[in-house]
Design a protein around this ligand. Sequence first.
Ligand SMILES: *Cc1c(COP(=O)(O)O)cnc(C)c1O
Length: 356
Amino acid sequence: MSYPKIIINETKFKNNVRRAIEICKEKNIQVLAVTKGFCGNRRMAELYHEAGITNFGDSRLDNFEVFKDIPGHKQLLRIPMISEIPRMIELCDSSLNGDLDVIQKISDYCVQNQKKPHEIVLMVDLGDRREGVLPEEALASAQKIVSEMPGVKLIGLGCNFGCYGARIPSDESMDEFIKIKHVIEKTLHIKLTHISGGNSLSLHMVWENRMPDEVNFLRMGFAMIFGTEDMYRQTISGMYRDAFRCEAEVVEVDYKSSMPIGACGIDAFGHKPYFEDIGDIKRIILGIGKLDTMFDAMIPYDSDLKILGGSSDHMIINAQNSKINYQAGDVVSFDLDWGSLLYLFNSNYVKKEFEK
Ligand SMILES: *Cc1c(COP(=O)(O)O)cnc(C)c1O
């Protein structure tokens, strides 16, 4: 047995995925399962596949490479770099796009190399201010793609919320999105078959019956991974919050003053830390650090534990109020959030353990 590790409960995870598919299917929406949080872990892609997923989304081509033989539609979620176009054409069926110069380059590449047209989902920025064309530019952009870029096929539109600007999808913004779809279809005499209505943050609109009928795809990671509705942060009925957990080992138990001694400089990461003087406390140190995980996205199962901080390889916890008498060698378990999941999957030092 070796620590730290992330433990994936296959039964709970697959249950969450099946439940998401079921919720969306009622409204004729397909789930495009987002794999990027698993940093190219092949087993995770297999689990999605076993649970019935046929559409995959990732931000990095290296991850697609790992599971390229698993069947399904593969969509690149991060706007492609011009330098990665050749590899993207090999690995992906479609991509989300927001820059006409990039789309032109994709088209040129496909034409020059006699590839079948790459499928383009044009992102529309409805206010979150990350990728995408502005609503008022959408028609002109679509027109340019359709009339001047024979190496690509415009299959649909996408929108995104809650990433950079932390904007929440509203009825008004979705209305605007759907209007753009209709205007493009009518003006250009084309059919847009892939209408990607957002990420996990949009899921609540599905069961609140607020998602327009035209939306037929949701790109979903968070909600299925943590069984949690992003908007209200509540567990979704029929899903599990704890399909993933982290375990780390206690390497030292001590009683020390909560205040460091001596003049204060900067910590290992260049920050000037603040300490509250709460006298002598019982502390535990774990063999997991900032290289492995994001501390403020770690939630101890033992709610009497409080993470104080740490460094690259250590996490320091105030265990003063815990009912458990921790000793070196004991294991502390944590619930996870997006940031910690990402780091833990990405760290080579963290074991990935799958349980049935
Ligand atoms: C990561 C990502 C998603 C998935 O977001 P979740 O909140 O995990 O559902 C969806 N769309 C794009 C463009 C992304 O980059």
